[in-house]
Design a protein around this ligand. Structure first.
Ligand code: THU
Length: 122
C-alpha cells in the first residue's frame, strides 16, 4: 500500500501551487477506515505563509472529522521537513513513505523520524 500512496502523491503533486520554489510536493493520507485525503504545497508571495503538502492533506482529514490515532499512513513525494515531522508525530502516523534524499522509497514511523520528541507534560 505504501507504494500506491506514494504513486498517488506523485500524480497529484501536479496540482501544487508553487510558483516561487517551483518545487511541487504531493501528500496522500490514508485513514484507519480506508479514506484518502490528498494535499499539495501552497505557496504565497509572503514566503513564510506557504503551507506544506503534508499539512494540507492532514488539515483536510481533520476537517472531515479525523483525529490523531485515525491516520494509518501517508505517502509524500519529498522527505518531510522538520515542521511536518512534528505534525506527523502529533497524528501518531505509523507508516510514512517518501523518497529519501538518496532516491530510495522508504517507510518510517513518526517516532522514528522525530526521536526524543518533546511532549506536553500530562
Ligand atoms: N515542502 C512541502 O510541501 N513539504 C515538505 O515536507 C518539504 C517542503 C514544500 C514547501 C515549499 O512550498 C516547497 O516545498 C519548497 O520548500
Amino acid at each position: 500500500m505504501s507504494k500506491e500512496l506514494y504513486d498517488r502523491a506523485v500524480a497529484i503533486s501536479q496540482r501544487a501551487y508553487a510558483p516561487y520554489s517551483n518545487y511541487l510536493v504531493g501528500a496522500v493520507v490514508q485513514t484507519t477506515d480506508g479514506k484518502l485525503f490528498e494535499g499539495v504545497n501552497v505557496e504565497n508571495a509572503a514566503y513564510p505563509l506557504g503551507v506544506c503538502a503534508e499539512k494540507s492533506a492532514l488539515v483536510k482529514a481533520v476537517s472531515e472529522g479525523y483525529k490523531p490515532g485515525d491516520i494509518a499512513a501517508i505517502g509524500i513525494t519529498a522527505s518531510p521537513c522538520g515542521g511536518c515531522r512534528q505534525w506527523l508525530y502529533e497524528f501518531q502516523i505509523g507508516e510514512i513513505t517518501f523518497l529519501s534524499s538518496s532516491g530510495e522509497l522508504v517507510t518510517h514511523s513518526a517516532a522514528d523520524l522525530l526521536p526524543h520528541t518533546w511532549d506536553l507534560p500530562s
